[in-house]
Design a protein around this ligand. Structure first.
Ligand SMILES: [Zn+2]
Length: 394
C-alpha cells in the first residue's frame, strides 16, 4: 500500500532501499489521457511543424507515456529520481513547514539514508494531521505565487534533498522544453558550412517528437489537480484507501479512481468536450517562461482537489471499493466531467503553445531567415493571458 512515509526521493544511491519499499508512483492521468493531450496538441501547431511531428506519431505517443514508465519501479527503465519530476506538493513549500522540518531534522541528529526517509514520512504525517488540507484558495495561491522562477532558486529555497521530496513538476517542464528547443534546431534544416544546408534525418525528427511528447506529459501533469498537493491520494481527507499489494488496482485510492478508472471509461466523451475548446497554438507571451506557465497551471488546478475529493467521498462513504457497474464512474463523470474536459483542454493548449514556442526559439538558434521558412509569421502571435494560465476558446 502507498504511504506518505515511503515516497520516492531523488537519491540514486538509495534506489535499492526504495525497490523494497513501495513508493509514491507518478500516476498522473492515465496513458490514454496523455496520448489524447499530445495528439490534440500537435493538431494545433502551424505547418510545417505540425506535419513533421505528425509523421513521427509513434515517437510522440511514446514520449507522452515514457515518463510514467520510468517512474514504475517494476519496469526495466525505472529511474528512482523520476517520480518527483511529475508533481509538486505545494503545502510543503510553506515557510512554516520548511522551518518546522529543519528543526525536526536538527533535533533528530540529521539522519541519512533509510532513516532520513522514515523521518520525512513520519514528519509529513504528523505535521499535516494538525492542519487543514486542501488549503484555502488564497493560501494555496500565495504559495504557488511564491515559487521561485527557476529550479536553482527552488532547490535553494527548500534544500537539495527536500526538492526531490516535495516534487519539481513545474521545473521539469522547463527542462524538457530546453531539450526540445535543441532537438528542433537539429531536426529542422541544419545550416551546413558556407551556406550549404545539410538535410536533416528522420531520426532527428523522431527525437524531437519524443521530446515534444515528454514535454506534453509533464505539462499535462501540472493540470491534474492531485499533482499539486501532499494529499495526492486523499489520505488526509479520509477518502477510501484500499489496502492492496496490486499496484495496478484502479480502485485503490481516489487518485487512480479519478484519473485512470473514471477517465478511461469516458475517453470519447472527454475528447468530444475538449476539441471545441482548443485554438491554434500561440507562442508564450514575452516574460512567461515554461516553468511559470506550469506553476500557473498547477495554481489554477488546485481548487479542483476539493471537488474531486468530495465527489469521491459522496459515492464511497463506507469502506467497500467500487465495483464494475455500481455507478461509481458514472457519478464521478457526471459531477467532474466538465472539470476534466476543461483541465485536459488546458493541458493540450499548454502543450501546443510550449511546442510552438520551442520551435520559434529553435529558429532563433539557427539564425535569421529560418523563421520565415518555418512558417512562424502566422504563428508568432502572443497568447492573451487570463489570470490563470492560458486562454481557451470560450
Ligand atoms: Zn506523470
Amino acid at each position: 500500500m502507498f504511504s506518505v512515509n515511503a515516497r520516492r526521493f531523488a537519491t540514486a544511491a538509495l534506489a535499492a532501499v526504495l525497490a523494497l519499499a513501495p513508493a509514491r508512483a507518478a500516476f498522473a492521468w492515465g496513458d490514454d489521457i496523455h496520448e489524447m493531450v499530445v495528439r490534440l496538441a500537435v493538431e494545433l501547431l502551424p505547418e510545417p511543424l505540425r506535419r513533421e511531428l505528425r509523421r513521427e506519431m509513434k515517437s510522440l505517443l511514446e514520449g507522452a507515456t515514457a515518463p510514467d514508465r520510468r517512474a514504475d519501479s517494476r519496469g526495466k527503465c525505472f529511474d528512482p529520481a523520476e517520480a518527483p519530476r511529475h508533481y509538486i506538493d505545494i503545502e510543503m513549500t510553506s515557510a512554516d513547514f520548511l522551518a518546522a522540518w529543519k528543526q525536526k531534522l536538527a533535533s533528530s541528529g540529521s539522519p541519512e539514508g533509510e532513516a532520513l526517509q522514515a523521518l520525512k514520512g513520519a514528519f509529513v504525517k504528523e505535521y499535516f494531521s494538525r492542519r487543514t488540507v486542501p488549503l484555502a484558495a488564497a493560501e494555496a495561491r500565495a504559495l504557488f505565487d511564491a515559487l521561485p522562477a527557476d529550479k536553482a532558486g527552488f532547490v535553494k529555497l527548500v534544500g537539495e534533498s527536500e526538492a526531490g521530496w516535495i516534487g519539481t513538476g513545474p521545473y521539469t517542464v522547463r527542462e524538457r522544453y530546453d531539450e526540445l528547443v535543441l532537438a528542433l534546431a537539429f531536426a529542422s534544416e541544419a545550416p551546413g558550412g558556407s551556406g550549404v544546408r545539410a538535410r536533416p534525418s528522420r531520426d532527428q525528427w523522431a527525437e524531437a517528437a519524443r521530446l515534444a511528447g515528454e514535454l506534453s506529459h509533464y505539462a499535462a501533469d501540472m493540470h491534474m489537480p492531485l499533482h499539486g498537493t501532499v494529499n495526492y491520494k486523499g489520505q488526509l481527507t479520509g477518502n477510501l484507501i484500499i489496502a492492496t499489494k496490486d499496484p495496478d488496482d484502479e480502485t485503490r485510492h481516489v487518485h487512480v479512481r479519478y484519473e485512470v478508472m473514471t477517465c478511461r471509461a469516458y475517453l470519447a466523451e472527454i475528447e468530444r468536450a475538449v476539441r471545441p475548446r482548443l485554438v491554434p497554438a500561440r507562442a508564450l507571451p514575452r516574460g512567461t517562461t515554461p516553468e511559470r506557465l506550469a506553476i500557473r497551471a498547477a495554481r489554477a488546478s488546485y481548487p479542483l482537489d476539493a471537488e474531486i475529493l468530495l465527489v469521491d467521498k459522496l459515492i464511497l462513504p463506507g469502506d467497500s471499493p467500487p465495483r464494475r457497474g455500481d455507478g461509481y464512474v458514472r457519478f464521478m463523470q457526471e459531477n467532474l466531467g466538465e472539470a476534466t474536459a476543461r483541465q485536459v483542454a488546458f493541458a493540450a493548449q499548454a502543450a501546443a503553445d510550449l511546442m510552438l514556442s520551442a520551435s520559434l526559439e529553435a529558429e532563433g538558434l539557427r539564425g535569421p531567415g529560418a523563421a520565415a521558412a518555418a512558417g512562424s509569421g502566422r504563428a508568432a502571435r502572443p497568447a492573451t493571458e487570463r489570470g490563470d494560465g492560458i486562454e481557451l476558446k470560450q
